[in-house]
Design a protein around this ligand. Sequence first.
Ligand SMILES: Nc1ncnc2c1ncn2[C@@H]1O[C@H](COP(=O)(O)OP(=O)(O)O)[C@@H](O)[C@H]1O
Ligand SMILES: [Mg+2]
Length: 506
Amino acid sequence: MSILKFQYIMSNEIAKRSFISRPSEPPASVLINDPYKAIFVGTTSIFKVPFSWSFENVTNPHIAVVGITGSGKSYFVKTFLIRANYIWGTNAIIIDWAAEYLDWVRQSNGKIISLGKGDYLNILDLSGIPPINRTKQIMNALEILTDISMFPEQRRLTEEGIEQSYTNMGFKLPVPPPEGKECPTLHNVISLLQEKLQEGTYEYPAELENAIYRLRQFAREGQDFFSRKSTIDMKKLASSGLVDIDLSGLPDEQHRALAALVILQILKERMRIEGWNVNKGLKTLVVLDEAWKIAGDEKSDAVMIVREGRKYQFGLIVASQNPTDINEAIFSNVGTTFILRTRFEKFLNYIQSSLNFSDAIREEISKFGVGQAAVDMAFQSNLNFPQVFTLERIRGEEPLYVYRIDMTEILTKSELDSRAMPKDYQFEAAELKNKLIEINMSSDAIAGIISAIESNNRSISMREFVGLLTRNNSNTRDIISFLKSLSIDDIIITRIISDIGMAEHT
Ligand SMILES: Nc1ncnc2c1ncn2[C@@H]1O[C@H](COP(=O)(O)OP(=O)(O)O)[C@@H](O)[C@H]1O
Ligand SMILES: [Mg+2]
């Protein structure tokens, strides 16, 4: 039990104390929604209000999620998708860069589309869209992914080639295509351009050759994932329950980005036709996780969808470990942003300047552990209350195991008293493992270290931890780089290292 003591204190000191300067939260009436019509996310930090999210009271259903690796972004997205499906029967399409969601979708009996591993997506597929519009979209994707916009003549030749390939197969450019009619592919476009080259009448053959070369990247033998008849029915995609589009089998980032762009374009076009209608609920959620090329480029559909707000029948979820990879227009236009653990000053600066939250909130964010989050919501209400509030933790479906490395033995009394000095470092198992991999530990050594910490209630003192590393043959340089990766001050690192030196000699 502690003893209560009186003390004299200046009022300006009191004002600095967090309980008074802390901003309050939006009113409970806004945070709490009918549980059958909203997604429970977690309780707020200050007033412990159960916060549930609904698209009905925000300006649009689009969501941004930021936070460092291991902060819980994917965990949040999965939780969100499960609950949205339960409440609104929402479908989900995950554009899965690194096959991060694959196992989970498989376990949940979702549908898996593996591009590059058996599935194909013909980028000339129309999916009900008039050829002239589809051609523009394809050109837009090429502009984002290649240097085509720097070569106007090549751009023109390519665009004409695509249009011509539609016309040759009997499509009328401005008219929606007849149901079931087979579309041309990039191979057709390339052949057309080649014929033109062989005719020998075109003035600038080098321009033609370069235009052909550019398209060939996406149509090479064995890598023609985008130039064969589609195995995906884009028309059905948005209403197929949980779908994972696994892009990990594609050869490089450019191919992955092309797939993501095309899928977004077609979804957008199809949903635009239906238009937003609150009564229809949230029909589909489209997830873009770590898709920096798509989230960053001004011309990308991700940016346009978010800008154009509510007019689509779907919500876009954009997640990234690096907020500066996400176009600022996304932050300033999404209805909701979830900010998870973020330690880098430059990222905090960027998010803070985009979302305009107080320094007190910033300070809280910089201390977040795994699963903690700040939420920014653009409420559809002109009442005056803070838009950003923090959650104790995102309450998801899986248990969280935190591993602690305790610093109290290492720190001096005044350091222990200082609020700025972390008293411990916390990791989720996967994160700790990754850090140990980074300092070249073998997987056997890692397993040993994890189980040693596990057996001690998932907590270990820094001294013991560094001792474990040394006994597992880590050299001083690796240990220092581990400590530096936690942003520990050099003086304290020196103290820790000289500590083990002493232990070895005694
Ligand atoms: N709110 C949470 N509650 C419980 N466990 C969590 C929570 N957030 C994350 N985790 C766990 O932390 C680990 C890292 O989360 P993950 O979502 O993969 O991070 P990220 O996608 O940001 O890299 C996972 O093992 C996950 O189960
Ligand atoms: Mg992730």
